[in-house]
Design a binder for this molecule. Sequence first.
Ligand code: NDP
Length: 474
Amino acid sequence: MAIFEYAPAPESRDIVDVKPSYGLFIDGEFTDGTGTPFKTINPATEETLAEVATASADDVDRAVRAARKAFGVWSALPGAERAKYLFRIARIIQERARELAVLESLDNGKPIRESRDVDVPLVAAHFFYYAGWADKLEYAGFGTRALGVAGQVIPWNFPLLMLAWKIAPALACGNTVVLKPAETTPLTALLFADICRQADLPAGVVNIVTGAGESGAAVVGHPDVDKVAFTGSTEVGRVIARAVAGTGKKLTLELGGKAANIVFADAAIDQAVEGIVNGIFFNQGHVCCAGSRLLVQESVQEELLVALKRRLARLRVGDPLDKNTDVGAINSAEQLAKIRQLSQIGESEGAERWSPVCELPERGFWFPPTIFTGVAQSHTIARDEIFGPVLSVLTFRTPAEAVEKANNTPYGLSAGIWTEKGSRILWMADKLRAGVVWANTFNKFDPTSPFGGYKESGYGREGGLHGLEAYLDV
Ligand code: NDP
């Protein structure tokens, strides 16, 4: 229960003009799709936001042909000219930041505080960062030759940010793109299409095709696509790896995770509690690198759990557009069902479930922040990605045991270490099989820093200098 009540602080929706229907963005124009349109809803209210076109294989073919045609012009531009467009896009994103943030929260369910303060600023930062590389490719060490047409398929958890991770480096290197956003969150990608027009980006350089998994499969499988970039589930990642095998297409996959967030007895406990909360309850836990497995040193487990539960009781769950909200809506009914099912399995396998008292809105898709204690390594909730606001707590006694347990997962995307000792951080980071290791912080992102996984978390790196390699003919 809250110690004191907050007055509601709703962000206005007026800044966004949500249209009743949206088409595909191909060759610089919005056009109808030939598939059956679908509806995108606000997960916090279940209200229909808009009807969106579905791209059939023919529509995807049109988009790829437009991208191919534009590739000749775009790749021939001097890097400094491409940079001007990317800088312009970055600035327009900043100018239209509030509009983008509100639309992202409406379509995705994430708190406005996060879309406004994390997602959109990072999106602009990515475009600024890769704009800076466009005329300096020869210094990056991967050559300067673009690959051609990139087919990019992205998920619903960070719709605009994943778009930026994909489109900014692709364009900086001279490629053109056909991007498919997730079915439940297409709207900010379509607003981005409008931004491309506003920036006078040459027609066909960016094409956005909306639809479900089949539209994504058509993008990935198109014979004239030279490079495939995918972020999403390990299951679909496998399907794509099979589809692309032997075709000569270059592939990067950014898949699931089950990160260990490791707290040693000497850590600053209050700071660690903030890091744990940010690690798993940020974005409702819809984060591939979420710290979903808390490994806490046995001697401080009790103290830490008391502090963590006290903190969770203060989290405000509810209206994503309220500026006080910490935890928003679950993105879809399907995802909610999956979180519920895995939580039920957690209980039936013998872990102890705890959530703070919190009133959930009646309509929409909601799940309270949840902790499971007494979790064993063999439990499903210690192994499977839940992709929701659910934390599994395990314990360890020695650093070596922490390493063993942290690495005991098919994934390897990220990890966190909380300790006062610098030498221990370095020792641990060296042994953890994870693409990103945070120390005394968690879920910190920066365009200059490469991101990607080990094992079933995928391959290839996005972000930073390394992110250029994926889009150049090395
Ligand atoms: P998917 O992997 O199915 O979705 C990611 C994207 O791929 C979406 O745009 C999707 O379209 C598209 N897609 C689906 N099937 C194909 C296909 N055969 N070929 C090409 N593209 C395809 O993730 P889900 O949304 O189904 O989520 C399932 C689980 O995946 C989650 O519960 C979570 O555990 C995990 N996940 C992990 C993410 C990460 O960043 N690591 C991100 C999202 C999910 P459409 O939206 O229409 O399905």
